[in-house]
Design a protein around this ligand. Structure first.
Ligand code: BMA
Length: 333
C-alpha cells in the first residue's frame, strides 16, 4: 500500500545548492522564452553543453504558444551562454512538441533523448547529433512512454536506456508508474525490458517514479538519480495553474555495473526536496524538482542540474563519495 500522504520532506545535507541559482532562466534566452527548465547537460568537445526545454507563452501566466529545445554552452558549468536560436523541435500534423531533453555522449557523438507529445499519445524519442544542428531521429517508442535516459556506455554489447512507461488500465486507472530499462543493439530496436524501480520502493513517493539524469559510472556501480512524485489532495493552488497537488523530489540509487536493472543500494530519503524560494514559489508549478543532467568532475564533484518549479534551471552539487555512501539500503526491506 502506498501512503495516502507523504508529509514534509527535506533535502539531504550532502547536496549543496549553487548560491547563484538559477543557472538559466528565460531572461538569458535571446528569443521568445517563458519557462526554461528540465535541461539535459553533457561535456562535449571541451565545453559543457545544455539542451533545455523552452515553453513560450503569449505573456507570463498567459497562454502556452509552443515549446522548443534551446541550446547553451559554458566553460565552467555555471555561467551559460544561449545560442541565437532553438536547436530542436518536432511539430507537424501528428507531432505536437518535443520536450524534457537528456544528453549522453556516446562514441564521441551526442545522443538526445526526449519526450514527444503526439496526437496519438506520448512517445519517447532518441536522436543523434554531432553539432546540435542536424539531429538524426533513430527511434520513437510506442505510446505512452517517456523520460528516457541513455547510459553512457554499452553494457554487455548493448545500448541501455532507462524509461518510464505509463501503464494505466492495469494499475487502477491512476498514476502508478515505475522506472524500467530496455536494451538495444542499435538505438533503433528496443527490448529485453526489465523493471528497475517501482513506486512502492520509494517511501517519499505515493504517485509515480521515473528516471532523472543519465547515470554516472563509478567503480561501485552506476550512480543513478530518479524523480519521485507524491500527491496530496490538500495542496491547492501551487503556481500559475489553478491547482497543482503534486510534489517532485529527486532520489539516488546505485545500479549494478553489469546488470543495471539491479539496484545495489538506494537512499530511502530524498536527495533534493523543494525548499529554496525558486523551488516553492513563483513558478508555473511550485514544488517541482526535475533533474535531467549529472556530471562527474575529475575532483569528485557531482553537478546535478534540475528544472525548478517548471520555470527555471538550477544546479546542486555533492561529492561523489558522499552520494555513493547514501546508496546503502536495499530496494525492498
Ligand atoms: C512531468 C513532465 C515534466 C514536468 C513534470 C512536473 O509529467 O511533464 O516535464 O516537469 O511533470 O510538471
Amino acid at each position: 500500500m502506498l501512503p495516502s500522504v507523504v508529509g514534509p520532506l527535506v533535502s539531504h545535507p550532502a547536496m549543496r545548492r549553487y548560491p547563484n541559482n538559477p543557472v538559466l532562466s528565460a531572461k538569458d534566452v535571446p528569443y521568445k522564452a517563458t519557462l526554461v527548465y528540465n535541461a539535459g547537460v553533457c561535456k562535449y568537445q571541451g565545453k559543457y553543453a545544455m539542451v533545455f526545454r523552452n515553453d513560450f507563452y503569449d505573456k507570463p501566466e498567459g497562454k502556452l504558444e509552443g515549446t522548443n529545445l534551446g541550446l547553451a554552452f559554458s566553460d565552467d558549468g555555471l555561467r551559460w551562454t544561449v545560442t541565437d536560436k532553438p536547436c530542436f523541435s518536432m511539430s507537424d500534423e501528428e507531432n505536437i512538441r518535443a520536450y524534457d531533453p537528456r544528453l549522453t555522449v556516446m562514441d564521441g557523438r551526442v545522443v538526445l533523448c526526449f519526450a514527444l507529445d503526439t496526437r496519438h499519445g506520448l512517445r519517447g524519442g532518441i536522436a543523434v547529433t554531432d553539432d546540435f544542428e542536424k539531429f538524426d531521429v533513430r527511434s520513437l517508442s510506442v505510446p505512452d512512454n517517456r523520460n528516457m535516459v541513455l547510459f553512457p556506455e554499452r553494457i554487455g554489447g548493448q545500448y541501455v536506456r532507462l524509461e518510464r512507461p505509463f501503464p494505466v488500465y492495469s494499475r487502477g486507472g491512476r498514476d502508478r508508474f515505475d522506472a524500467w530499462l530496455s536494451h538495444s543493439p542499435d538505438l533503433v530496436y528496443w527490448g529485453d525490458s526489465r523493471l528497475v524501480l517501482a513506486v512502492e520502493d520509494v517511501p517519499f513517493a505515493n504517485d509515480k517514479v521515473g528516471p532523472a539524469a543519465p547515470p554516472i559510472k563509478t567503480a561501485r556501480g552506476w550512480l543513478t538519480s530518479f524523480h519521485a512524485v507524491d500527491r496530496d489532495p490538500d495542496r491547492g493552488k501551487n503556481g500559475w495553474e489553478q491547482s497543482w497537488k503534486k510534489r517532485y523530489t529527486a532520489g539516488i540509487m546505485l545500479l549494478d555495473l553489469e546488470k543495471p536493472w539491479k539496484i545495489i543500494g538506494m537512499c530511502k530519503t530524498p536527495l533534493l526536496a523543494p525548499e529554496a524560494d525558486y523551488e516553492i514559489a513563483g513558478g508555473l508549478r511550485n514544488n517541482v524538482i526535475f533533474p535531467g543532467g549529472m556530471i562527474l568532475e575529475d575532483s569528485g564533484e557531482v553537478k546535478l542540474y534540475y528544472g525548478s518549479a517548471d520555470t527555471v534551471e538550477c544546479l546542486a552539487t555533492a561529492h561523489v563519495d558522499d552520494l555513493l555512501a547514501l546508496c546503502t539500503e536495499p530496494r525492498r526491506a
